[in-house]
Design a protein around this ligand. Structure first.
Ligand code: PAF
Length: 253
């Protein structure tokens, strides 16, 4: 695996690549969910590129950004073991030479659900994904369905800006109790982690969203939203300030 730390170096390497490229953008702290995206990329493309970049512009909460888990040594080992070809890890100043004066805004889907509760999050996310797609120029890019609204927005942006990359959505990977794997799970204490198992269980019940909200609140969760939208149930909660999101197809209920 070749490590590349600057946009300039990556662009030099990119000129030499004329095969199909699969790209998995991440913010690191890799887990089985990321592995599943990398394995999908490995089977469908000649070259697999992983990026690790904790994107400051998509955090609307300073504490969340400060405490975002960083496990670089383990991430490199995992990427090596999965035979990733290139690991791209640029710095914020390299990615934002304009100091984030240019940004991508979407005026429809980004104002509901996550967008309503995390002002600026989707602007930051779409901006970094656009920049990465323009730098990497992959044949296919892989995104987990855990961030389903992100996936919808990335697909719409790629269509709007005539970007050639095919966006592949991949199923959410869950633990044995149905809790989606997420980098933020590693911030939960043992007791919080135990309590978090109730979140997907309640989400999958056929109760109304109002009933689910009440039960989650009684179990000590703060609830941002539980909303049914376009045949899916979307949810975001916090446990002592640590935010968890999930979504399921309403057909799974
Ligand atoms: O899903 C994520 O980890 C991030 O939003 C992404 C797509 C890597 C952009 O920073």
């Amino acid at each position: 695996m070749k490590l590349i730390n600057t946009v300039e170096d990556f662009q030099k390497v990119r000129k030499t690549l004329d095969k199909s490229i699969g790209f998995v953008p991440t913010m690191g702290n890799l887990h089985e969910g990321h592995s599943s995206l990398l394995l999908k990329s490995k089977t469908a493309n000649d070259i697999t590129i992983l990026s690790i970049f904790i994107n400051p512009t998509q955090f609307n909460n300073e504490d969340d950004f400060k405490h975002y888990p960083k496990t670089l040594a383990e991430d490199c080992k995992l990427a090596e073991s999965l035979k990733v070809d290139y690991l791209f890890m640029p710095s914020p100043s390299d990615i934002y030479p304009d100091k984030y004066t240019f940004k991508v805004s979407e005026l429809n889907t980004s104002s509901i659900l996550e967008g309503k509760h995390r002002p600026g999050h989707f602007e930051g996310m779409l901006t970094i994904v656009l920049k990465l797609l323009l730098i990497i120029r992959p044949t296919r890019a892989y995104f987990g369905e855990k961030d389903f609204q992100q996936l919808i927005l990335v697909r719409k942006m790629v269509e709007a800006f005539f970007i050639k990359t095919e966006i592949i959505g991949c199923p959410t990977i869950r633990n044995k109790n149905g809790l989606p794997l997420s980098s933020r799970n590693s911030r939960l204490s043992a007791e919080q982690f135990e309590r978090a198992q109730m979140f997907p269980k309640l989400l999958h019940t056929s109760e109304s969203t109002e009933m689910i909200v009440n039960q989650l609140i009684s179990a000590g969760f703060e609830v941002d939203y539980i909303e049914d939208y376009q045949n899916r149930r979307f949810a975001a909660v916090s446990l002592d300030g640590i935010r968890l999101i999930d979504n399921i197809s309403l057909e799974a209920i």
